[in-house]
Ligand binder design. Structure first.
Ligand SMILES: Nc1ncnc2c1ncn2[C@@H]1O[C@H](COP(=O)(O)OP(=O)(O)O)[C@@H](O)[C@H]1O
Ligand SMILES: [Mg+2]
Length: 227
């Protein structure tokens, strides 16, 4: 198996004026391709900081973050943007573009990656079919339910065939029945399509559905266990 993520002694210190805040105090772990991992912890434990490092949205203060063997801390902004195209982000608040149809939302990251129009269109339809929304592809986000919007967001995150999906509280804004549907989809993508999953949550029950859970507390890994 190959590690898609390798974190070695990651530290992240924010400055609050002149006062340093240690958000991560030496965190190490690795993630194999095809795995399903949840990152669980209370508010302030460092989950978002960790997510930003895993998603190459930020660099560690010290330590090494390797994504697909590439040292994120050594990349310039252009290379960081390139790397981010290989990561699928799914947020609590969907973040779809309101004036674009579901299909156009899914096409967008592919056109950013310079895929030609016909291929973008074909792949967007295929992805919307995978998430069960092919019939709704011409609907705008406001014409879709919260759960449907999140499924469009997941299809969009898969557009460029990412190395892994990074989900930040993906069911935080929907009711429990819809949450269940979204999680079934995420599990199906992992099992049937081999998509590697890293999901940040403060919900213990949700975290337990992952194969492995990394528990954070006060900027440290409290436990790292197979469920
Ligand atoms: N931009 C920032 N500036 C200063 N402190 C921050 C910043 N982001 C996070 N922190 C602090 O770092 C710690 C971890 O925060 P965070 O990673 O957001 O935790 P979580 O996502 O688990 O709630 C907290 O003490 C938080 O106040
Ligand atoms: Mg957070």
């Amino acid at each position: 198996m190959t590690a898609i993520i390798e974190a070695i002694n990651l530290r992240k210190t924010y400055m609050m004026g002149k006062v340093p805040v240690e958000a991560l105090c030496g965190v190490s772990f690795s993630v194999e391709a095809g795995d399903f991992i949840s990152i669980l912890g209370p508010s302030g434990s460092g989950k978002s900081t960790m997510l930003n490092l895993i998603g190459a949205l930020d660099k560690p203060t010290s330590g090494t973050m390797l994504i697909d063997g590439v040292n994120v801390g050594k990349l310039n902004d252009a290379r960081l943007s390139e790397l981010r195209l290989k990561i699928g982000f799914v947020f609590q608040s969907f973040n779809l573009i309101p004036r674009l149809s579901a299909k156009a939302n899914v096409e967008l990251p592919m056109s950013v990656a310079d895929m030609n129009k016909a291929r973008c269109s074909k792949r967007a339809i295929k992805l919307l079919e995978i998430v069960g929304l092919k019939e709704r592809m011409n609907h705008k986000p406001t014409e879709l339910s919260g759960g449907q919007q999140q499924r469009v967001a997941i299809a969009r995150a898969l557009a460029n065939n990412p190395r892994f999906l990074l989900l930040d509280e993906p069911t935080g804004n929907v009711d429990s029945k819809t949450a269940h549907e979204i999680m079934s989809l995420v599990h199906r993508l992992n099992k049937e399509n081999g998509v590697s999953i890293i999901m940040v949550t403060h919900d213990q029950e949700l975290a337990r559905t992952a194969r492995r859970t990394i528990k954070m507390f006060d900027g440290e890994i409290q436990s790292d266990m197979v469920n």
